[in-house]
Design a protein around this ligand. Structure first.
Ligand code: GDP
Length: 415
């Protein structure tokens, strides 16, 4: 990706006042073409791709600079120009809390609050609108879920991530792969943007943004217009891109670079490891009935210990990629499992030396209570990986082990 090329093209300037990224890339490699005026700056990964045909360093993904939406788009959200601002907050149905762009959501919520306070001075139409878009809905076991429940659940999770003052102008459940909800979303965005509004699509890397925007463009009937690259590797969209004509003659739709969420496990994994972790088909539950003193591993990535139980047993359902092996055994053997099997039988990580690279192995405790074995009472979700659904009648103390810095949260149950 030629960063300078897009800077020159004017796309960026039309969408943004300044670009805070790209040039400061920590791993950026500057290249100079023969012509003086044609300096090209490429990121380290593109450099590797061009010169070696592959990403040389497995951690190159992580070294790409993050896109600073707050600095780049923030000032325009509050712009007094009269143009409406709409921000599409994308979250992946299979990793909602990990992928939800909470910093951007907080920014939009704060900008909205500021505008509401200023109503008497300005036009209400200027209030930036946030629309929550839950992508990849086809990955959830949709036949057993009610859309209304998912809708309410997503809205409450968005508030949990962004704060209670986040007001959503809409919640859309979509699957670009299946074409679900794309038309409704397009109609709603057009209505919110009005004749000359600005719409920004924001999401973590790999949330499915390019696929969705292409589906929206197709739905809008833009023939031969610019389509975005759908990435086999996460994070391939590196610039803010304006998509012409999708929303009408003057309203503008902008694609923004995928956000790098360090709290998602995926941000630490190599491309080969990602293939094992990323879910591509409808998720299938794997359920265990376990007792105090037992543990369930998801590959060499996380482990859940049943530390104390007020009842005899508890049902644990693992929702994660079917390509990751699970292991249930005694907690007293867990250290040996880690030393001898992480990176080998329990992948990812791929290779024992990767275990240390993923970080310090740390525990977080959760107290869970429930009153049914049939329905899960609670989820313990691991950002970038999936979740454990917990079903019990009584109380339990659980210990969740994973690599330091990976977000682990408990939440009301989704499935
Ligand atoms: P971006 O990084 O946010 O632009 O994400 P992409 O659009 O490149 O998609 C990332 C991955 O998710 C790709 O492997 C896509 O094929 C996949 N994907 C995107 N949308 C969907 C969807 O609606 N359903 C499913 N199952 N997979 C999707």
């Amino acid at each position: 990706t030629r960063i300078s090329a897009s800077l020159k093209s004017g796309h960026l300037r039309e969408g943004l006042d300044a670009s805070p990224r790209g040039d400061e890339a920590p791993a950026a490699a500057a290249e100079e073409d023969k012509g003086e005026s044609n300096k090209v700056l490429v990121c380290a990964r593109c450099h590797s791709l061009r010169h070696y045909g592959r990403v040389k360093r497995p951690d190159a993904e992580r070294l790409l600079p993050d896109f600073d939406f707050v600095a780049a788009v923030g000032p325009r959200l509050a712009s007094p120009s009269g143009a409406r601002s709409v921000v599409l907050l994308l979250a992946d149905a299979s990793d909602f809390d990990g992928s939800f762009p909470r910093a951007v959501a907080r920014l939009v919520a704060a900008a909205g609050e500021a505008h509401r306070k200023d109503w008497k001075h300005g036009a209400p139409a200027n209030i930036p609108r946030a629309v929550l878009v839950v992508t990849k809905l086809d990955l959830l076991p949709t036949p057993s879920l009610s859309p209304d429940d998912v809708h309410a659940w997503a809205q409450s999770r968005a508030r949990a991530g962004a704060g209670a003052n986040l007001r959503l102008a809409g919640v859309h459940l979509v699957s670009a792969a299946r074409g679900w909800g794309v038309r409704d979303l397009l109609d709603h965005v057009r209505e919110l943007a009005g004749v000359r509004g600005n719409v920004w699509a924001v999401g973590a890397r790999n949330v499915g943004k390019s696929t969705l925007l292409n589906a929206i463009a197709r739905c809008s009937g833009v023939a031969g217009g610019p389509t975005l690259t759908e990435a086999p590797v996460p994070g391939t969209t590196l610039d803010v891109i304006k998509m012409d004509s999708v929303l009408g003659a003057q309203a503008k739709l902008f694609d923004t670079p995928g956000l790098l969420h360090g709290h998602q496990l995926t941000s630490r994994l190599t491309r080969e490891e990602l293939k094992l972790v990323q879910v591509s088909k409808e998720m299938r539950p794997r359920t265990y009935r376990v007792k105090t003193g037992q543990s369930i591993h998801i590959g060499g990535l996380v482990r859940l210990d049943i530390e104390e139980l007020t009842v005899g047993s508890i049902y644990i359902t693992v929702w994660a990629s079917p390509l990751i092996p699970l292991h249930m055994g005694k907690t007293e053997n867990a250290d040996t499992m880690m030393k001898e099997h992480f990176g080998l039988q329990l992948q990812p990580p791929i290779g024992q030396e990767r275990v240390k690279e993923l970080g310090k192995w740390v525990r977080k405790q959760f107290k869970v209570s429930g009153n049914s074995w049939d329905a899960n009472s609670m989820d313990i979700a691991i950002a970038g990986l999936g979740w454990y659904g917990i079903g019990l009648k009584g109380e339990a103390m659980l210990g969740l082990w994973t690599y330091d810095g990976v977000d682990v949260i408990s939440r009301s149950s989704l499935v």
